[in-house]
Design a binder for this molecule. Sequence first.
Ligand code: SF4
Ligand code: SF4
Length: 286
Amino acid sequence: MMGVNRRDFLRIAGLTAAIGMGGKTAFDLLWPGQLDAAEGGVEGWWKSKTPENPLFPGDMAPGNEVPNPAELTAKRWGMALDMRKFTAATRAAVVKACNQVHNVPAIPGNQNIKWIWETSFEHAFPDLAQEYMDNEVHDLPFLVLCNHCDNPPCVRVCPTKATFRRADGIVMMDMHRCIGCRFCMAACPFGSRSFNFADPRKFFPDGKEPNPTYPTRTKGVVEKCTFCTERLAKGELPACVEVSGGAMLFGDMADSGSPVRQALRTRYAIRRKNELGTAPQVYYLI
Ligand code: SF4
Ligand code: SF4
């Protein structure tokens, strides 16, 4: 995968200092066109990122998106997980689908990469757990993922805008701009982001990525759930929703008739760590 890695970033920063780019900072130079101007077009890494060759599907920089009439669009995407409908088999199918579609490697030990995974009620909702609660809820394994928060601290702290919030609320990663500083991981109170400490390409079964149409990542970048922007762009629902047998709902939070809004009208729902004010857009119907 091409991109601005740590080495490139430091080189650009050094170049800025060395040649005095008319007041431009190293971060300015990471925007389209700026690097070419700095180096006389020698590198041209960003030039290869075009609507025809987005390099990382669905992550085109704001204002540079590819219009597609089949694309599923919303003012504000959101998700709901119906805890009454999940079985062990459903949870396993959901995790497997996401991992396969996005080439999420299975790295043993504590360096594993997680886009959607199972956890306990206490871990998912530490503020709501109490000793007298109904065992039926307390003992359920919960699937957790990026909450695509309305007020995402991860976006605010990223020095290169590698993580950004799209107009439809999806919090995205641009792997080409990630310098691996991990500020976003420190800022996310949900542990929704994973860092590639190792080369993820070495951890595919049989040494081959399961989905050759989705880009693999490199050592040194952060990744997470993307609400399947690459599938929405083709008119498809997120992979997890598709295999969940109705246990996961996805829709426009601004549309009162959307599946998520309808469910939220009739069922009691909780969100993770509400008190922190990040305004998660993943809801759990219990
Ligand atoms: S869950 Fe974490 S990574 Fe996802 S948008 Fe919220 S703060 Fe950012
Ligand atoms: S929305 Fe897509 S990326 Fe996110 S957990 Fe579901 S399948 Fe994975």
